[in-house]
Design a binder for this molecule. Sequence first.
Ligand code: GDP
Length: 416
Amino acid sequence: IPDDEDIQREDNIRCLTMLGHFGFECLPHQLVNRSIQQGFSFNVLCVGETGIGKSTLIDTLFNTNLKDKKSSHFYSNIELKIQTYELQESNVQLKLTVVKTVGYGDQINKEASFQPIADYIDAQFEAYLQEELKIKRSFVDYHDSRIHVCLYFISPTGHSLKSLDLLTMKNIDSKVNIIPLIAKADAISKNDLQKFKCKIMSELVTHGIQIYQFPTDDETTTQVNSSMNGQLPFAVVGSMDEVKVGKRMVRGRQYPWGVLQVENESHCDFVKLRDMLLCTNMEDLKEQTHTQHYERYRCCKLHKIGFTDVGPDNQPVSFQEIYEAKRQEFYDQCQREEEELKQKFMQQVKDKEMTLKEAEKELQDKFEHLKRVQQEERIKIEEEKRQLEEEIINFYKMKAGSETLQTQGSTNIKKD
Ligand code: GDP
């Protein structure tokens, strides 16, 4: 292809270099400008035991001091600490949300440790789904709190993953992009580190745990991403301390035997993590969150409510049809419930009537019995009264007889 100068020389045509862009080739610039104006948001979930270096790594990654006080080891339950920060680098604004586990791994029974984490991730999906289902949606000012990446901090034991790690990752791997990290990697020797990395990866495969894979379908990043996929889990070291190395001040950790430079790739994988997370794959992490994890949640939730894309005959069903069917189903259910309630009520009334009748009969019988007893008593008393009266009459008769006899006796004495 002849260059501009050749053409000018051959045809004696004056060529001008373009000073700006025109036409639809400006589209990407419009997008960039709009994105810069709106700002970016990124939500990170840090899962790891207390004191494993979560806060320090986040500070080192975003070059800030997010001033987080140290957590205690005496929480009876796992909690999640959510902090949102507005960060700025040149003219790019980033709304960063960091969610950290508090008390993770400190309980005796660790069986349900993953539950609050899984519930939190689902709750963010639910909030987004509710916004989506609103008639009047306002995504412009909606703060999307869905977790874009989970940094899983593995203890630098050099041995293997703990059952807590396997259980938690297994339970959240379909909800979030997991990037496993070997924390405090300065505690492990170079030889042991390589073996530890291999062991972790083979354990993840054995237990069928899906971790995030840096995408390899974009030509510009295929090489670097596939190379990085082979270096997972990243062995990281965090520090906000500035240490003097030669004439330079570097971020690192000073030990009696030397300095570990956080940003030195031969000392640890911190730079690899930062590049992969912030420079190369942040957009992909967000996209995967929306197209894979959220989509799975949404699909599952709508199925649970009863929505489906195809009917029992495998034919597509429209939203309207499902809505009508659901409405009819709801109406029928209401009718059924109303009928059931009516029957129940009638039965209750019948039962009550029966009990009342029985009580009434019982009372009547009691009354009759009492009446009979009273009548018998009256007859008995009347008989006694009659006998008494008879006795009184007899008594008076006898009295009168004896008086007569007495008077006759005294008359006879006088005569004598
Ligand atoms: P968190 O509870 O997981 O947030 O842990 P912190 O970030 O508060 O760190 C706990 C302690 O570990 C602090 O004293 C840190 O200085 C130290 N620490 C953090 N990162 C590293 C690291 O990479 N290597 C070593 N050796 N110590 C670290």
